[in-house]
Design a protein around this ligand. Structure first.
Ligand code: ADP
Ligand code: GLC
Length: 485
């Protein structure tokens, strides 16, 4: 019998996505199926999700779930087995799942995601009868209360819960007076409970009451136990060090396959990189850059936030452009950064291109056509764009933090001599060090053989979900066979 895993998440690609969490929650079910683990995904019934499953099959009704009625519906979307929480008062809102008008958090976010966790705990306890998971994976703060509800309810049936942290910067911290509304006992407001600097933290609940905590790279698993990377939770995480591990994300190598990618004009592979030239020309055309095959073309894709360090890139841009390189950016977020990159494109026509927005197809073209992908993050739990870049022969230039440190081998003289380099790393996070890494990359780019070797090493790196799925499977089986392990 396959092991039954309930995955609790607020985002799943391709239904709803604001970041890498959706990619991970969307790809793991198929990867785990190959390890004989059947995944059912519990998620909110946002409009896009309701549209995908239609009526589904109602499996449980709630007369009052955090202020209104709710129906849990079973359904399918593509290969995904879903349990969808259809609660219109909480989730029937278009657009970004967390933000309302003027880009502000929805004020009832604590109720919305407590409801998700509450229902996850019910399912874990066996409320559905026909379906009871052997193990639960709760993703990020939105699912953080799942093990907390199980802890305070003391149900007869309590399968092991793994909390997976994708980003410690988002903790789900809300006013303590909500405890009663959320159906949690007063005792939960304590140091050994959800209390966090006078408020309550959903993610703290997820860390404290889970049987095991994973995060998405080994380096980030270490960093979050330090004052520098722990964002106030380092003590708690350090205390759970025995039950904390890092499992590196993969990417969907079917969706990201340069040899068979319908979203790029010209296919290519590690054996024959020649198709990249046409992709580069197409990318230059789309962004109005000079059609110069010899120009070093650097790209950046992602959310424009403090985390991603794009302000460092603004500082490094004059040096890069001074060397005759080209730069393109695809992303959205902080209005000041959006304005700064838009201005850079306007003042350097033909050399800098900028597309503010979210565009999956264009992201593929950037990976296929750029010579290098720059990811200057201040912290990065895993990062997925550098994995896509490795697979597409866009040489990653990354800061040496978190998953970026774990997935890119710096082209140091030794690594180059041994023929193992896959990209460029810099540390510490500063414009000067980034500039230096970009300068090293540009210099190697001018040596076509050495450059091609680094590209091919990157393309030979295993970025699939294969080994991560094995690690998750081993963890889940261990927890199921000895729940207190
Ligand atoms: P994070 O989850 O912190 O945003 P990741 O690198 O883990 O960072 O995942 C980001 C995902 O979102 C990747 O799949 C990336 O390609 C995609 N992405 C981010 N911004 C954009 C954008 N503007 N257009 C297209 N895809 C984007
Ligand atoms: C988060 C992190 C990112 C990671 C993603 C998926 O959004 O910021 O580094 O790759 O989750 O785990």
């Amino acid at each position: 019998m396959p092991l039954q895993l309930l995955s609790v998440t607020s985002e799943v690609y391709p239904l709803i996505k604001t970041g890498g969490l959706a990619d991970v929650a969307g790809a793991l079910p198929a990867a785990l199926a190959r390890q004989d683990i059947t995944v059912t995904t519990l998620m909110p019934g946002y409009p896009a999700v309701m549209q995908a499953i239609g009526e589904g099959v109602p499996v449980r009704r709630y007369a009052n779930l955090m202020g209104g009625p709710g129906t849990l519906r079973r359904g399918r979307a593509g290969e995904l087995e879903l349990l969808v929480l259809d609660a219109p008062h909480l989730f029937a809102r278009e657009g970004n799942p967390y933000l309302g008008p003027h880009g502000r958090d929805w004020p009832d976010n604590p109720l919305r995601f407590a409801a998700l966790s509450r229902v996850a705990a019910d399912i874990a306890e066996g409320a559905l009868g026909s379906y009871a998971p052997d193990v639960v994976q709760a993703h990020d703060w939105q699912a953080g209360l799942t093990p907390a509800y199980l802890h305070y309810n003391r149900p007869a049936r309590r399968p092991p819960v793994v909390t997976t942290i994708h980003n410690l910067a988002f903790q789900g911290v809300f006013p303590a007076y909500l405890l009663g509304t959320l159906g949690l006992p007063a005792e939960a407001f304590s140091l050994e409970g959800l209390e966090y600097f006078g408020a309550i933290s959903f993610l703290k609940g997820g860390i404290l009451f889970a049987d095991h905590v994973t995060t998405v790279s080994p380096s980030y698993a270490r960093e979050i136990t330090t004052a520098e990377g722990g964002m106030g939770l380092e003590g708690l995480l350090g205390g759970r060090a025995r039950d904390l591990s890092g499992i590196l994300n993969g990417i969907d190598t079917g969706v990201w396959d340069p040899a068979h990618d319908p979203l790029i004009p010209s296919a290519f592979s590690a054996d024959d990189l020649s198709g990249r030239a046409a992709d580069k020309a197409a990318l230059q055309a789309v962004f109005g850059l000079d059609p110069a095959p010899e120009a070093f073309l650097v790209a950046s894709i992602g959310r424009l936030t403090e985390q991603k360090g794009l302000d460092l890139l603004l500082g490094a841009l004059p040096d890069l452009l001074g060397e005759g390189a080209q730069f393109v950016l695809l992303g959205s977020g902080d209005p000041a950064l959006e304005a700064a990159f838009t201005a850079a494109a306007e003042s350097h026509p033909g050399q800098v291109g900028c597309r503010i927005g979210y565009d999956e197809a264009l992201a593929h073209l950037l990976q296929a056509g750029a010579d290098a992908l720059v990811v200057p993050s201040r912290f990065e739990p895993c990062g997925l764009t550098q994995l896509c870049a490795l697979r597409y022969g866009a040489v990653p230039v990354v800061s040496r933090v978190g998953g970026l440190a774990d997935t890119v081998i710096d082209a140091s003289p030794v690594a180059l001599r041994q023929g193992v380099a896959t990209g460029f790393q810099f540390v510490p996070s500063s414009s000067a060090m980034l500039s230096d890494a970009l300068r090293r990359a540009a210099a190697l780019f001018r040596e076509p053989e050495g450059w091609a070797r680094v590209q091919q090493n990157g393309m030979a790196t295993d970025v699939s979900w294969g080994s991560a799925a094995k690690e998750y499977a081993a963890l889940f089986r261990r927890l199921v066979s000895s729940p207190s392990a």
